[in-house]
Design a protein around this ligand. Sequence first.
Ligand SMILES: Nc1ncnc2c1ncn2[C@@H]1O[C@H](COP(=O)(O)OP(=O)(O)OP(=O)(O)O)[C@@H](O)[C@H]1O
Length: 689
Amino acid sequence: MAEREAVKVIVRCRPFSEKEKAGGHSCIVEINKELATVAIHDPRENADPPKTFTFDSVFDWTSKQMDVYNRTARPIVESVLNGYNGTVFAYGQTGTGKTFSMEGIRDVPELRGIIPNAFEHIFSHISLSSASTQYLVRASYLEIYNEDILDLLSPKAGKLELKERADVGVYVKDLKTFVIKDVEEMDRLMTFGNKNRSVGATEMNARSSRSHSIFTITVEARGGEEEGRIRAGKLHLTGATGDRLKEATKINLSLSALGNVISSLVDGKSSHIPYRDSKLTSPASYNYDETSLLCNKPKINEDPKDAMLREFQEEIKRLKQQLEAAEHGGSMVEGPDGQKVQVIEEIEEIEEIEEMAQEVEREKMAILEIKDMEESQKNKLLEEVETRARELEEEREARHAVANKLAQLEEKLLVGGVSLLDKEAQIQLEMAQKAAELEEQKRKERELQRELEDHEETNLQIEEEYASLQEEKEAKTRKIKKLWNMLVQNRSEIKDLQEEHQREREDLLDTIRELTRELKLKMLTINSFVPDEALAMLEENAEYDEAAEKWKLLHVSHAGNNIRGKRSLVSGQVSVELDDENNVWDPLCMFPDAYLSYDVLLGSEVKKKRNASYISILISLSNGTGSENGNLSDFGWGRHRCFVLWMDFETHHYSKILCLNNESIHLGQITNSTTQVGWGGMGCPGCWK
Ligand SMILES: Nc1ncnc2c1ncn2[C@@H]1O[C@H](COP(=O)(O)OP(=O)(O)OP(=O)(O)O)[C@@H](O)[C@H]1O
């Protein structure tokens, strides 16, 4: 693996579907496999000349699944097996062939996609490696659906959280991983996960734009040349549609966990790699150059904190010792030089359980044969013997349980050199390896071809030394033609870039305008209606959660209606009720949807401790017409959906009011309000004077 590895971009173009053929559509894509270029022809009249894009590799509609695997995924899986992290990310519009390329058709060997081929590759690598290496293969499967992270292998677990820790990097908390011992188990796990995806097959198209799943395989290896060390590589297999990836490019994407996930995928550490605002996330292929510039410095994961192999090996060792000790009596202790010393505790334990069982049986028979013994004494003796027999049986079962557990664990721990594949798969693998070598050869040829093209440019310059005027004219005409073509192409590319840039700019400006408007409203509300001390209290109690990218209010369970509870409005008429206990008019009785804000909630506290004199009450009306709110409409209230009232805490008189709806905000002082007359003298300051 190279020191610095660029993200590789590989394009595959699928064949026309029957429907597309029947529809008489023409092909606008021209693929040059040698040069790894894709040219797009604009089918409209008088259109610009075709645009050509260069990639690391391109595949046309005749490409075979195995060729795609060999050139795209094989090198990544190889590095994962050496302890690096790698991702195969299929990206494209819906219906472009992501599922076909990633999964393919399982039952037809030559149509199997990247995922089943990767499974085979991993287990065949293990069976071909040295017998001194032990492996542990694990898998997890998650889905990002409507911004929630769900465990497809533990569907009842609900929403999971994305976390970050200095020692293990970004991870999904409580995501289940399963230890896998062969290709069939891996297949079964994936099929089980697929069944748990959020939307069924009938809604495939709708689903793919909202749901995005990531299958992760962790391969841990210990032994070989690097004896004690554990190398742990992670392979992430995933696909996404254009919409979803585009979504991730938006600034306002605090909700999208995808960006974080991608960055964690890349090297498993810190989310500070700014992939989210990088061109990697742009769907436009002319950002190819920038995309290639985006390099990782891959490194082997040695002895990572989340490795499980050592625990497995230690547990197996412990169980073996336990069994050995039980067989020989006493327990086993390991000396500092690694020599095992057996500790014999009681001499009786040396006897084999089987022998003891026979002895018990003999004793039982002997007791039954004694003639001159009272029945009760005989029974007592028999009971004692049976108790011993039971104990022996329990011991035998316990030993079986340990042996079973040991067998299970040993089965999961894979040892290099043990063939996990059948003959046919082995042959296929060898062929694949040969094909991969051939591919590498071809890649080198392509590179040479490109270099040759570059030399052409230089040649043109050399031709400047001409033998005759005629030759000079011809050469210059050729040069002008070539330059002219380049100019036209560049112009059209600049135009595209400008348009894209302009669209992004407008998107950003829209977002900024929207945020500013929202901010202004929030500031107005806060400045006018939240008492300073309440604001200070809120600020003091607010904490920013970096992982969730959200502000969180502490003690929020004590807030607002959580404490007070909602009361219902007497239908058809505004009625004001006296809260007998406190002898005040309770605004909650008047508005069913009134929400007491954070400072009220600690109202009594605020009053006692801080001696505050105001509360603010946020009221939102579900019915904008006012008709259900009795005479509210008479005072112009019905037009508004939300009110903020400011109440003197001591006198319970309302002194300020803010009414707002989508179009207008009205703010006013209440001069004649008393709680005694309820709302009679009060209306919206903007609509009713
Ligand atoms: N290389 C190919 N050769 C033959 N058929 C293909 C190829 N690629 C895709 N197809 C076919 O084209 C259709 C659409 O492909 P597929 O379902 O893989 O698209 P997709 O990108 O996964 O779509 P979505 O995002 O909606 O899930 C399928 O019928 C598939 O069998």
